[in-house]
Design a protein around this ligand. Structure first.
Ligand code: ATP
Length: 235
């Protein structure tokens, strides 16, 4: 279980994440929905050790992660797919994927995990020698997810994976993420794309001005008044 307990992030006087508590189980997709500036990225960055938590705690498998450096978190089983993907354009698909297999926990299984990534993303197998900078946004996002999988994480954090992608590509991506879940990984995804993420998530939380204002199963949130009014235009 990945747990955020009363997590708070401040930038100077600005309270970006305000007392957020949530959890993600193994083989579960949990989505945090919020508008621009709601604090989604700040929440993920605090979990990933990229910004300091001003208060509260992050725990994984019962151990505290708060204050642990970002690279050590990957070694402990937590991988982040950042907004903008962070792939290396001048390297090939396979070279990018193998970059992810640096933690000690990931090395013995590198070939098996690569085969698993290629099974979930057949397009990456076809394009394994292609330079990543010549690929579409959706393909680059697949590389980013594949590379994170190569570190053999227990939990995967994704910052707005649908950003800038065509709807059909977003559908493919989320279906692939559902297959990643089947491998036992827990996924925490922050998204503005409410419809597609709730279609594939198990549970979700609503974030507004840094605070959790609602939570429930994906089905419950689909019909929730706050979700309807804030995100789905009252449809
Ligand atoms: P977006 O979808 O636009 O990225 P978000 O929900 O991810 O939004 P955050 O990026 O976490 O939101 O930002 C939350 C708030 O914190 C915003 O008001 C933002 O301006 C502010 N903020 C984010 N990063 C910093 C920073 N490094 N310094 C100061 N304020 C920041």
């Amino acid at each position: 279980m990945l747990e955020l307990k009363n997590l708070t992030v401040r930038y100077g006087k600005h309270l970006a994440v305000d007392d957020v508590s949530l959890n993600v189980g193994q083989s579960e997709i949990v989505v945090v929905l919020g508008a621009n500036g709601a604090g989604k990225s700040s929440t993920l960055k605090a979990v990933a050790g990229m910004v300091p938590a001003s208060a509260g705690e992050v725990r994984m498998g019962g151990a505290t992660l708060t204050g642990v450096a970002a690279h050590k978190l990957t070694a402990a089983g937590l991988a982040l797919v950042p907004e903008g993907r962070g792939v290396v354009g001048q390297m090939t698909v396979e070279e990018n994927l193998r970059l992810g297999a640096t933690p000690t926990r990931a090395r013995p299984a590198e070939e098996d995990t690569l085969a698993q990534v290629f099974e979930i993303f057949p397009k990456l197998a076809e394009r394994r020698t292609q330079l990543v900078r010549t690929m579409s946004g959706g393909e680059q996002q697949m590389v980013a997810v594949g590379r994170a999988m190569m570190s053999k994480p227990d939990f995967l954090l994704l910052d707005e994976p649908s950003l800038g992608l065509a709807p059909i590509v977003v559908g493919d991506l989320f279906r692939a993420l559902a297959r990643v879940r089947e491998t036992g990984v827990g996924l925490l995804i922050v998204e503005q794309n409410v419809k597609i993420s709730l279609r594939h998530a198990d549970r979700g939380y609503l974030l507004e001005a840094g605070r959790i204002i609602g939570s429930g199963t994906a089905d419950e949130l689909m019909t929730d008044n706050a979700v309807q009014n804030s995100f789905l235009g009252g449809a």
